[in-house]
Design a protein around this ligand. Sequence first.
Ligand code: MF3
Ligand code: CO
Length: 263
Amino acid sequence: MTIPLKNKEGIARMREACAIAATVLDQLKPLVRPGITTQDLEEAGRDWIARLGARSACYGYQHGSRRYPAHTCISVNDEVVHGIPSFRRVLRDGDIVSLDIVVEHDGYIGDNAFTVPVGSISSEVGKLLRVTREALDLGIKQAQVGNRIGDISAAVQAHVEANGFSVVRDMVGHGVGVSMHEPPEIPNFGRKGTGDKIKPGMTLAIEPMVNLGGYKTKTLSDGWTVVAADGSPSAHFEHTVLTTDHGPEILTIPRPVAAQVSS
Ligand code: MF3
Ligand code: CO
């Protein structure tokens, strides 16, 4: 499958969708604290997406015969991705929570995610978050015109494994644009110098998913929630990145939002 290249118009629309996705994610971060439920985060995310004039690309997303039932993906502790928000899931001190926001605006999609601590977390889990975030940065740095997709994969994997963690293999990053998942696949493991050549105008969702224990995952009976098979904590950081002749540009940067005027 050929990788879609975005023209000027497509890039402008990608910028807008990605800025919205990032702004929603940014607005959710300060809400994370012990005692709130993942449904509280869902409702705040749903409302911000609407306020910013976009649509959740997750809500109703079809996989096999199932449709995803929420506007956000909220994954706690050993949940890797696609956690379904619930009013029964109360966040506790020492938890970690991954927030994944995918929005569609004006026909284009922005995708981003991060994992945040709830209260104070152990130093080992703190390191998991730091290393996963660093692996994303190192992967993005490889998204250079003339490089190959495998250069991104190899950079992520090397950093994660050098720190004693493992990269999830069952899910991968992806091109993103008019669809949530476009070619190419961007695994978080692989070999330098392999895969498609990077050209200007690609929009790539680079998203290391990293387990503190083994890389294996399983899907819960709800049909969506992917968990670490060994129950170990898992982190996820994701940006949508535009490739250009002067290097990668992160598109999922939040936009300042005017303070809510009350009364
Ligand atoms: N960022 C996730 C992905 O790329 C979002 C999936 S939305 C869901 O797969 F509907 F599948 F949950
Ligand atoms: Co994604």
